[in-house]
Write a protein that binds this ligand. Structure first.
Ligand code: ATR
Length: 277
């Protein structure tokens, strides 16, 4: 008698209850009639290595990684993609033969695919991208923007030193400006990206005065709770094309699902609705 193992995947983080990934993957597993499971796992930092070493033997083909483990998992990977190395963090792990761990970061891919899907007329070569924030999400976004061919990234962060460190890691196509200069610099930008947590439910609003914002700038916010942030509403009021952050979450999940379950999932309105349940 032969038995076929049902592939298991999941997401590890702490806390994990808020993660929308289980809803999303369950939707795709149902949609494509795939026999598989995707399980949220609250994993303490001290247990991280033990969990990663145990999961493959339990039938896991890989996991997504979320806060606060994205940087730490890199230490346990046997192979790391260039983009994950540059970002310094991984969000997608693939378990290969004998439990070896392949680490990738698909956040930048998710960002750029979401942008292209929501603003099909946006063209990377059109002009500089003004990026607000210099944390982990910003690193993923900037990697993708440089890869896509933006002529320049203008980077503004409350803590300027953090932006300067990012520039050193990435090279010289990044111009760092003070946080207070962001509002007056936005007129130069073909794209404005908020990668900070400002505007998220429970966080302060983005306080940057975007007086120079004009309709030729595409505006996108990584915040997706609420979906329509004050930044996106203000941008639409001056005629900008805007792209909300939910799609980035959906698109970043595509490569992992495809590797683990063998089907490349589509992103449509039903996918968005499933992730918002
Ligand atoms: P993530 O991985 O989501 O990017 P992070 O690495 O903690 O999270 O980065 C959070 C970003 O939001 C940073 O750019 C942070 O600015 P600092 O580097 O100055 O901390 C920004 N941020 C968070 N709260 C902020 C606030 N009240 N005002 C301005 N920027 C803020």
């Amino acid at each position: 008698m032969t038995s076929t193992r049902i592939p298991l995947a999941g997401v590890i983080g702490s806390p994990i209850a808020h993660s929308r990934s289980p809803l999303l993957h369950a939707h795709w597993l149902r949609t494509y009639s795939i026999r598989g499971h995707y399980i949220p796992m609250d994993v303490d930092e001290n247990d991280l290595e033990r969990v990663l070493r145990t999961l493959p033997a339990m039938g896991f083909v890989g996991v997504n990684v979320t806060v606060p483990h994205k940087e730490r998992v890199m230490a346990f990977a046997d192979q790391i993609t260039d983009r994950a190395t540059l970002i310094g963090a991984a969000n997608t792990l693939i378990f290969r033969n004998a439990g070896s761990i392949f680490a990738d970061n698909t956040d930048g891919y998710g960002f750029i695919e979401n942008l292209r899907s929501g603003a099909p007329n946006w063209c990377a070569e059109a002009g500089p991208a003004l990026v607000l924030g210099a944390g982990g999400a910003s690193r993923a976004v900037i990697t993708a923007l440089i890869d896509a061919g933006v002529p320049e990234v203008i980077l503004s962060n409350r803590t300027r030193l953090r932006a300067e460190r990012l520039r050193e890691d990435f090279g010289h196509r990044i111009r760092v400006i003070d946080w207070v200069q962001a509002g007056s610099t936005v007129k130069e930008a073909a794209l404005l990206v908020n990668t900070t947590s400002l505007g998220m439910t429970g966080q302060p609003e983005l306080s940057v005065q975007l007086d120079g914002l004009h309709s030729g700038t595409v505006v996108t916010d990584l915040v997706y709770s609420p979906l329509q942030t004050n930044l996106l509403v203000a941008a639409r009021n001056v005629g900008c094309v805007t792209v909300d952050g939910l799609g980035m979450l959906l698109f970043q999940a595509v490569p992992g699902f495809e590797r683990w379950f063998g089907t490349r999932p589509e992103i449509d309105e039903a996918t968005r609705a499933a992730a918002l349940k």
